[in-house]
Write a protein that binds this ligand. Structure first.
Ligand SMILES: [Zn+2]
Length: 283
């Protein structure tokens, strides 16, 4: 690495942007947390908090956004009733992605790349706002999401109104095929293509920060520290359990090799400890 490249890398900054809070049954995050048994047929679910966040990377060659949170009108009918009941969403106005970006001095038009971990409601909600960005997504995730849309069936964690908006705004998609396991997007920022697991096709980021070191943004590939284990625990929502298991192993291996911290998708304890964009950044 040249001296100039080294100085460039030293300028990389990472902002964790809080985008509000979901609440849900713990069984969404960890499969079968409270099984009934012969002495207790009626176990009671745990109703837990599940933070929503996105991550902005300030790089000398452009801004990179990882995930886009929920849509502001999620609970005003944007989501289906089932989604609103299953994972009710609350937020402060300041936590809406465009407002949080504005606080950092940016608008959605300033973002060069958006990297989508997957296209669920709590990650792709504001995606339609990024019409000037190149949007990276796992190819199978994009294909299967559109397939669900045209089949008019149960959409699970995907939102019909979100997808409609992506058509209307004509986004600049850059799908990544299954064979491509990694892409170095910019110096210090690598897209990790995880493939099927929690959904049809998951992606994450490996970020190398000058002082903080390596960070793996795992998103819902690993919901919480408990899922990471060991032992690895399955999430409530898994499209491909073998894929999920292999991916978590891949992340564990990479984290060991790179001495990387792993940022989980919805771990309230970890999230509480993270430095938020309102407090500063990771450099
Ligand atoms: Zn998800």
């Amino acid at each position: 690495m040249s001296a100039q490249e080294e100085t460039e890398l030293n300028k990389l900054k990472m902002y964790v942007i809080a985008n509000g809070m979901l609440e849900c049954d713990l069984a969404n995050m960890i499969a079968m947390p409270k099984l009934a048994n012969s002495e207790n047929h009626h176990t009671v679910s745990d109703w837990v908090k599940s933070p929503v966040y996105s991550v902005l990377l300030e790089h000398p060659e452009g801004l990179v956004l990882f995930d886009t949170g929920c849509h502001p009108d999620a609970m005003k009918g944007r989501w289906d009733r089932g989604n609103m009941l299953r994972t009710p969403y609350t937020f402060d106005e300041s936590e809406l992605l465009p407002n949080a970006l504005k606080r950092l001095g940016y608008t959605p038009d300033d973002i060069r790349y958006v990297v989508m971990s997957h296209l669920h409601e709590d990650h792709a909600g504001c995606l339609e706002m990024f019409t000037k960005s190149q949007i990276f997504v796992n190819d199978d995730e994009l294909k299967q999401t559109l397939r669900l849309y045209v089949l008019n069936g149960n959409m699970g964690g995907y939102i019909r109104n979100d997808i409609k908006a992506w058509f209307d705004t004509q986004l600049n998609w850059a799908p990544i095929d299954a064979e491509t396991k990694e892409i170095e997007l910019l110096d210090g920022i690598t897209i990790l293509n995880f493939g099927p697991g929690h959904t049809f096709g998951m992606m994450g980021l490996l970020v190398t920060l000058p002082n903080t070191g390596n960070v793996i943004l795992a998103s819902d590939t690993i919901n919480t520290a408990k899922n990471f284990g060991p032992p690895i625990l399955f999430p409530g929502l898994a499209y491909d359990t073998i894929g999920y298991y292999k991916t978590v192993q891949r992340i564990a291996q990479l984290a060991k090799e790179k001495r990387a911290k792993v940022f989980f998708g919805h771990d309230i304890d970890q999230f509480t400890e993270l430095k938020k964009s309102t407090e500063g950044c990771y450099d």
